[in-house]
Ligand binder design. Structure first.
Ligand SMILES: Cc1ncc(COP(=O)(O)O)c(C=O)c1O
Length: 433
């Protein structure tokens, strides 16, 4: 792929000069030139976009792309979904935020408690990171225990206690917690196991059981290779948490309203004590949700656990969520999303294999991973075998063909994608190769 890749990269650079000029200007006033560190990974440089509609997005140079990055997941209905955009505009005319109560709060909360198995009560914030932090605090408060257990490669936002053992090198000792960036507070209260490793979880509970407040996981390890829980593993986490009096948190920031209306907990049939949502629930607006069982969430109701935020429950995001939920609840919405996702995933895999590449795909319908490696990963360490440079070459070839994908191999499908989009993408991928 290498020499072909140079051609692709040269061609992409030639038609995205406007983005490069803006990126250079941006770096002079905006730290790193991007608003979230991960966006720097884009090749050949972060592109600047002007508008999106449905499954399409246009950059400042007028190039059109079919978008499978979907803003890193939130755009479950695609770009600028008309009913959601109209609901936001209607609300904006009535007020941007009140910093006080309004009807949309309980209307959306009631919908969520009807939809989500674990939700007796919900609380709103703006980002996934916020609600994970409240969940960690809540678990410590209700159990009186300081530690929590997480899994290598799982991402739970960028809070000091959450951003641990997410990315590290293969030489890193098994099960040793590791902060991702500098300046994070010490993480002596974080215990780490490999995903799908029952024995490690058993052992950590045997050693630290009375100190563990919560087990946290993405029910599908979407952030590192889209690695599913093996059969029985989520049930095992449910059982062992209960056995030791710890809470179970499903971080559904990606799986929520994406793999099913009722998220991973509904689709995989295991009900956690707490669950966190962001991304798809706001359909592109800053909305996050902590959902949980009443006996725990009541610590927030009583004011014992602080959950605060100037823009929490803001009417713009809740108007968007209310409109989005109507569409997501349409019968057949998720079946269609899974059909399209599976078609694309299988098509890409077949195409790459036919060209002689060792490739595996993993995931669940509307969110999946394409990785150049021999064996199917069952945890984060296994995903390190993937040839990331090769994927990056593939991604730039796709970009040159008008297909926008995330740099890390994850693909998202929205309700705005069509069968024609999928077929056009497979044809473009064949061209790129
Ligand atoms: C599973 C998971 N949890 C938490 C977060 C943090 O959410 P946010 O970026 O909205 O703070 C993310 C973000 O990608 C995520 O994927």
């Amino acid at each position: 792929m290498r020499s072909l890749n140079l051609i692709h990269e040269t061609e992409v650079r030639a038609k995205t000069a406007g983005s490069l000029a803006r990126y250079e200007r941006s770096q002079r006033s905006l730290a790193g030139g991007v608003s979230s560190g991960l966006r720097r990974a884009a090749r050949p440089y972060p592109l600047f976009f002007e508008r999106g509609a449905g499954s399409r997005i246009w950059d400042v140079d007028g190039n059109e792309y079919i978008d499978f990055g979907l803003a890193w997941g939130p755009l479950i209905l695609g770009h600028a979904p008309p009913k959601v955009s109209a609901a936001i505009a209607e609300q904006a005319a009535k007020g941007l935020t009140f910093g006080a109560q309004h009807e949309l709060e309980y209307l959306v909360a009631e919908r969520l408690t009807e939809i989500l198995p674990c939700a007796d009560l919900v609380a709103f914030s703006n980002a996934g990171t916020d609600v994970v932090n409240v969940a960690l605090r809540l678990a410590r408060a209700v159990t009186g225990r300081p530690k929590y257990l997480k899994f290598e490669g799982h991402y739970h936002g960028w809070g000091d206690q959450a951003l641990v053992s997410y990315r590290f090198g293969a030489e890193h000792p098994l099960g040793q917690p590791e902060a991702v960036g500098k300046g994070q507070l010490p993480h002596e209260h974080v215990l780490v196991a490999e995903w799908n490793d029952r024995a490690a979880v058993e052992q950590l509970f045997a050693e630290h059981g009375p100190e563990i407040s919560m087990v946290a996981c993405e029910p599908l390890l979407a952030n590192s290779g889209c690695v599913p829980a093996e059969p029985g593993f989520l049930e095992f986490l449910r059982e062992i948490s209960t056995r030791y009096g710890a809470l179970l948190l499903f971080d559904e920031v990606i799986t929520g309203f994406r793999v099913a209306l009722d998220g991973g907990q509904g689709r995989y049939g295991v009900t956690p004590d707490l669950a966190t949502f962001a991304k798809a629930v706001g359909a592109g607006t800053p909305l996050s949700v902590l959902a949980g069982k009443r006996e725990y969430m009541d610590a927030i109701s009583r004011g014992e656990v602080v959950h605060a935020g100037t823009l929490n429950g803001n009417p713009l995001a809740l108007a968007a969520a209310a409109a989005a939920l109507d569409e997501l609840a349409t019968p057949g919405f998720y079946e269609r999303l899974h059909t399209l996702g599976n078609r694309l995933r299988e098509g890409l895999e077949a195409l790459l294999r036919a060209k002689g590449h060792a490739v595996v795909t993993t995931g669940d319908g509307p969110v999946f991973q394409v990785a150049f490696q021999e064996t199917v990963p069952r945890n984060y360490r296994d995903t390190m075998a993937a040839d990331k440079a090769k994927y990056s070459d593939f991604a730039i070839g796709l970009l040159n063909q008008g297909i926008l994908v995330l740099p890390d191999g994850r693909w998202y499908i929205s309700g705005a994608h069509t069968e024609a989009d999928i077929e056009a993408t497979l044809a473009a991928a064949a061209n790129a190769l």
